[in-house]
Design a protein around this ligand. Structure first.
Ligand code: PDD
Length: 275
């Protein structure tokens, strides 16, 4: 029996006991937003930043959740379970329709759903597929509507890649479920934030940790050719931390060079992220 612990509409239960209506707009329209909050030794990493981003994502959808309820439910899931290292997935969707209708009623009660998962924050390495970014132009919203990511990432998986790096009109955006950093000419580079990129919490933590350690990060528009000239590439996310890219499919270039700067980045990141 699956023992995953969850909460739905304020009620804590095993995940398998939770039932939703097929007319939940989360189900019919992916009309909602989410967060993945990592925790280590039972302490959430950048908790306030995740709650703030959830608020921003929700308000972009005209959903105004009770955030103190969200915070206390996430904390309760972490506190009341034996899991020491892991993450809480938490989503807020618009609510239940009486009949499926693109236009939503203004008085719907949002649906709050979260569950806790064990997660091992071990070092990971990725082979990625470089692909055209087919997503919409509000990727700064952490929406549960992830069909383009799903299509692109599963196409990549069929080619032996566990992640993708996307580009839009020649500019690098991000990965399927992470942000992108790379070293070019001994500079640390990451695409600057805009509507095509999720403002990753780990991304901003990385920049902050590096700055504190005297390593500057260039946040600019970068072209695919810049990425392909990189001596090192890595991905950041709440569950991956800092994960090296060891190969990019269908492109010929060498990202396996030794880099003292990269080794320093890994070392300061681990101290800052897991402190
Ligand atoms: N994904 N970009 C995208 C498209 C993402 O889905 C994620 C996170 C990130 C990194 O954001 P953060 O550092 O805040 O986790 C960037 C989560 C982990 C997921 O969907 O599982």
């Amino acid at each position: 029996m699956d023992q995953t612990r969850a909460v739905f509409q304020g009620k804590f239960d095993l995940l398998e006991n939770i039932k939703i209506s097929p007319l939940s707009r989360g189900y019919t329209f992916s009309d909602g937003v989410y967060e993945v909050v990592p925790f280590l030794n039972k302490t959430p990493i950048a908790f306030d930043d995740h709650i703030k981003r959830l608020k921003n994502s929700a308000s972009a959808l005209n959903i105004f959740p009770d955030l103190s309820k969200v915070s206390s439910e996430i904390s309760a899931l972490i506190d009341a379970n034996e899991i020491v290292n892991g993450y809480v997935y938490y989503q807020i969707s618009r609510g239940q329709d009486l009949t499926r209708n693109h236009l939503y009623e203004s008085n719907l009660e949002p649906e709050y759903f979260g569950y806790i998962k064990n997660h091992d924050f071990h070092d990971q390495q990725f082979k990625v597929l470089l692909c055209d970014d087919i997503r919409w132009n509000r990727c700064d919203i952490k929406s549960i509507s992830l069909l383009p990511n799903i299509l692109m990432m599963n196409d990549a998986a069929s080619k032996g890649c566990k992640e993708i790096i996307m580009h839009k009109e020649g500019l690098v955006t991000e990965a399927g479920a992470s942000n992108v950093f790379f070293i070019m000419d001994e500079n640390i580079c990451t695409p600057k934030l805009n509507n095509n990129i999720l403002p990753g919490i780990t991304r901003s933590m990385t920049i902050e940790i590096f700055k504190k350690n005297g390593i500057d990060v260039l946040e600019e528009d970068f072209q695919v050719k810049h990425l392909l000239s990189a001596s090192k590439i890595w991905l950041t996310s709440s569950t991956k931390g800092m994960a090296e890219v060891f190969d990019i499919l269908s492109q010929e270039h060498n990202i396996k060079e030794e880099s003292l700067l990269y080794d320093k980045c890994v070392s300061v990141f681990k101290k800052g992220f897991f402190n």
